[in-house]
Design a protein around this ligand. Structure first.
Ligand code: ADP
Ligand code: F6P
Length: 469
């Protein structure tokens, strides 16, 4: 019999399925060690499940041995680990997920690798996730499958549990037709997704791209205005639902956090990212160097503080990026640094939530310049932490967040001169303008927060599933 707490956790009816669980296990000398998983998906779902309860199905990062558990017993929700056979991890995760779909969906087709054996592993692992989900759910659950690692899972799950409400949410961009069609397995991938009752994206541009593909690649009846695709006698709803953050949590962290320790004379431009080539970190460093070239008045007064949390470090492209950034930081510091000032401070690690909140709060500018990004939660976290004299958000127009955060200073991250000019504008912005922009940004993010997002997603899924039964 389940105990009260387990029952409470499951009664929510919310089941989220993602490649990662909120914790990743690493094998240490005294058994598995728990590390908090990085990235926007975990940042989004943790507060949702803490609030509503539910079940989170995902890969713990290693093969559990008998008697080992993924949970420390403290969570307000249940965790269900999915084992991935050791021989499939590399082709499924490092390979098809992160060397094929990740670059392609970020519109970098030249970097994508197409290997049939990796596609085969991707299918096997997606089927395994569907089996684990089918075994764990109850008939009236609402299942939300997440992200590019699991685009075939709705298809397999539909066969195993035909009546269950299944939604799929993509946390990265969906590329334009001309880019997506490059994928040799574009059609089966679309069919896998369309087994869901509801397919969600962060912004309307990704919805348009997806509907363009369902129409042109599968020839399906597609109503772009209503966001509907007809397939096998079912109606799939396709929606844009921009993800938010736990605004109140970040705001209260920022109110309580100790000083970030920047010093009174120092003005700080802050970058916070997973170390990923889509985040535009080298371009950002070039733009900062250009600022110091063209506006020498900022030398010894402004510092770029770049935090980069290690990510996917087994993948070659990520190892190369790390080397490139290490070298660039050295070059810029060597060129502009003085005995008492380094232009760039670079931390290659994760920092604790209260330290991060303090840095967000005390930074003069958030330098959020991904080359392409599904949404970008860092921009939103910065805004939530602006509880004192407000700073300025500098944001790529190629991030999903730019579709709604229109009061940010928007930049083209590929245009180094313009980014440097906008950075100067941000540093010189009068207080009145900073306040007005930040007030509007904060107001929107406070109301369009992650709890509202989850509520709407579940409501829309319930409605879509009802219409199909
Ligand atoms: P992505 O999902 O591609 O990683 P997002 O910007 O949506 O990008 O989410 C990144 C998340 O990771 C944010 O919640 C951010 O606070 C967190 N993060 C990024 N870098 C660090 C770091 N160095 N230390 C702690 N948290 C970090
Ligand atoms: O939001 C983007 C995202 O790719 C998540 O899906 C993923 O969990 C996260 O970034 C971090 O990447 P990884 O799971 O490969 O460590």
């Amino acid at each position: 019999m389940p105990d009260d707490r387990t029952r409470e956790r499951r009664e929510s009816g919310l089941v989220t399925v993602s490649n990662r669980l909120p914790v990743t296990l690493r094998r240490g000398p005294r058994g598995p060690e728990r590390v908090r998983s990085s990235g926007g998906l975990v940042a989004a779902f943790e507060p949702i499940l803490e609030d509503r309860g539910g079940l989170w199905i995902g890969w713990p990062g290693l093969e559990l041995r008998p008697g080992e558990s993924v949970s420390d017993g403290e969570d307000h929700y249940q965790l269900a680990p999915v084992g991935i056979p050791r021989h499939d991890v590399k082709p499924y995760y490092q390979g098809f997920s992160n060397r094929t779909l990740w670059p392609l969906f970020h519109t970098l087709p030249g970097q994508a690798v197409f290997e049939t054996s990796e596609w085969d592993a991707y299918q096997r692992v997606n089927e395994r996730f569907a089996e684990a989900t089918a075994a764990a759910i109850q008939p009236d659950d609402h299942v939300i499958v997440n992200d590019y690692h699991l685009m075939l899972t709705p298809g397999y799950l539909r066969k195993l549990a035909p009546e269950v409400a299944v939604g799929f949410f993509l946390h990265i961009p969906f590329p334009p037709y001309d880019v997506f069609r490059v994928l040799p397995w574009a059609r089966p991938l679309l069919r896998g997704l369309l087994a869901a009752d509801l397919v969600g994206f962060h912004v309307s541009g990704y919805v348009r791209n997806f509907l363009d593909c369902t129409h042109r690649l599968l020839g399906l009846k597609t109503d772009v205005r209503r966001g509907i695709v007809q397939i096998d006698g079912r109606t799939v709803r396709v929606i844009a639902l921009p993800l938010g953050i736990d605004f109140a949590h970040y705001e209260s962290l920022a109110k309580g956090a100790p000083d970030a320790g920047f010093g009174n004379q120092e003005r700080v431009v802050l970058g916070v990212d997973r170390l990923d080539y889509t985040k535009g970190i080298p371009e950002r460093i070039h733009a900062f160097a250009r600022l110091l070239e063209t506006h020498p008045e900022h030398r010894e007064k402004v510092t770029l503080l770049q935090l980069a949390v290690p990510s996917r470090s087994q993948v070659t492209e990520y190892q190369e990026l790390k080397r490139e950034i290490d070298e660039l930081v050295g070059q810029v510091n060597g060129r502009f640094g003085t005995a008492s000032w380094s232009p760039i401070r670079y931390l290659y690690r994760s920092v604790s939530p209260d330290k991060l909140a303090a840095m967000y709060r005390d930074a003069d500018v958030a330098f959020v310049t991904p080359l392409r990004d599904g949404m970008n939660l860092v921009a939103k976290e910065y805004v939530a932490c602006q509880v004192n004299d407000p700073g300025v958000l500098l944001l790529s127009h190629t991030a999903g967040a730019a579709e709604t955060m229109t009061e940010a200073l928007l930049v083209n991250p590929y245009n180094i001169d313009d980014t440097a000019a906008k950075l100067h504008q941000a540093l010189a912005m009068p207080k009145g303008e900073r306040r007005a922009r930040m007030r509007a940004l904060r107001k929107r993010e406070a109301s369009h927060n992650v709890h509202r997002w989850a509520k709407r997603l579940v409501q829309r899924l319930a409605r879509a599933a009802r219409e199909n039964r």
